[in-house]
Ligand binder design. Structure first.
Ligand SMILES: C[S@@+](CC[C@H](N)C(=O)[O-])C[C@H]1O[C@@H](n2cnc3c(N)ncnc32)[C@H](O)[C@@H]1O
Length: 416
């Protein structure tokens, strides 16, 4: 039952918190948060206290705004000079205080912006980094908790209950962000089994699934070309590619005349096309039909070793990629392999979170940490991506899975 008096009071409380956040007034915030949450949202703007604290640094005089626009030419990424240093410092402290009090880093306002998006748009690098770091902490904790549940099962019931409560407490203020591999949030058609059962359409320059989601597109060729160069610098090496798609990277691998070239592919339509194109007759090619999850353990058991491994699947979450490099790459990559005998190399399509810069940045830090924990050093190369909208790439595609200016290309090798 709605109580209008209660609604008014809640709204007043929300407005007071947002105002204190916008004023960077930590003592008032401390008072207000004693019996309220750091994640209240304005019903009209969708602003949380984090949004308010960051947006308050926007230059507000017309002159300032003109200047800011002039500086940035519509791209506000370098507007930092326009914000007053003392104001940014106060915002910095407020944001830290809000995060310490459970503020969620990736809530969206009505414009579809997270607090980090606003900081980036206003060129507030320091505040942006605070949001990225909070995202990394939250997502790492969540993924560790995910692993931690089954471990809890082995403990006594009493201990498990205590641990569950602790875990729930720690989870307060943390929200999962979907950083799935080219994944569409909440869309069943892009879950792996549904995708594998859907009918694909092959066009000259794209591969679409049954719901018109882009599985692979020709604009990615530059990225595939560079990955292949870094993974297979010379001929005569052994390569494993997971996910054939349009066969772009496999075509480039073939040009490098590998000694052996294994391909794992799960989708029946891709397998059919791959056969029609005579891939099974190409030199050194071994095709494994099925999901990598079902094929890879057999390769490890057989003791197959590779100089290079590339991973680019579709409709799988980040968890799958992490499982692959944590559990299997170590058994498949030759530590004495590669063109110089200094160890094989592993690469993957780095497209997670690529529909929002802040999520991409969070994800890149997380993947680097996870790779390091799994025993890999990662080298990053930045490759600029043309404006895909201007090129009409997304026409007829359900959702843009890439909106960023730069691709960060990872190449991993064993630590030491
Ligand atoms: C993005 S495409 C790969 C594009 C490829 N890198 C290229 O250069 O054309 C992803 C491919 O992974 C396949 N795939 C998806 N899930 C898979 C799984 N679990 N195991 C093996 N292949 C999978 C898809 O059918 C699709 O062919």
């Amino acid at each position: 039952m709605d109580d209008p008096a209660f609604d008014v009071e809640t709204d007043l409380q929300t407005q007071s918190i947002l105002l204190a956040a916008a004023n960077h007034d930590i003592p008032s915030l401390r008072n207000l948060l004693r019996n309220s949450s750091a994640n209240v949202q304005d019903s009209e703007t969708g602003f949380t206290p984090l949004h308010a604290a960051i947006a308050a640094c926007e230059p507000d005089s017309e002159e300032d705004t003109q200047q800011s626009k002039g500086h940035t030419n519509g791209d506000t990424k370098s507007a930092n000079e326009d914000a007053k240093p003392h104001e940014v410092e106060a915002a910095n402290k407020t944001i830290k205080f809000l995060f310490e009090n459970g503020a969620i880093w990736n809530d969206l306002d009505v414009n579809g912006e997270t607090p980090g998006c606003i900081a980036r748009r206003l060129g507030l690098k320091e505040l942006y980094e605070l949001c990225v770091d909070a995202g990394v902490r939250a997502e790492l904790l969540l993924s560790r908790l995910d692993e931690y549940q089954p471990l809890g099962d082995a403990e006594s019931d009493e201990e498990s209950d205590e641990d569950d409560t602790k875990a729930e407490e720690e989870m307060e203020g943390i929200e999962v962000v979907d950083i799935g591999q080219e994944d569409v949030q909440g869309d069943e058609s892009t879950e792996n089994p549904a995708y594998l059962a859907s009918t694909l359409t092959f066009d000259r320059d794209r591969l679409l699934d049954g719901s018109a989601n882009g599985v692979m597109m020709e604009w990615e060729t530059t990225l595939m070309q560079r990955s292949a160069e870094l993974l297979l610098p010379t001929s005569g090496l052994r390569v494993l590619n997971i996910g054939h798609g349009m066969g772009i990277i496999d075509g480039i691998f073939q040009e490098k005349q590998p000694k052996s070239h294994h391909i794992i592919e799960a989708h029946p339509d891709v397998i059919k096309r791959l056969k029609e194109q005579g891939w099974h007759e190409k030199p050194g090619v071994v095709i494994h039909e099925g999901r990598w999850q079902d094929i890879v353990p057999g390769l490890v058991e057989k003791g197959e070793l590779f100089d290079a491994i590339y991973f680019d699947t579709f409709a799988e979450e980040y968890k799958a990629l992490r499982e692959f490099f944590t559990e299997y790459v170590i058994g498949l990559l030759d530590p004495a392999g590669g063109s110089d005998g200094e160890g094989g190399r592993f690469g993957f399509f780095n497209g997670m979170g690529a529909d929002r810069q802040v999520v991409y940045d969070v994800y890149n830090k997380i993947v680097e940490i996870d790779l390091f924990e799994a025993g890999f050093d990662t080298e990053w190369e930045t490759i600029s991506v043309p404006n895909l909208d201007e090129q009409g790439e997304w026409e007829g595609v359900r959702r843009k899975y890439w909106v960023l200016e730069n691709y960060k290309l990872p190449t991993c090798s064993f630590i030491g």
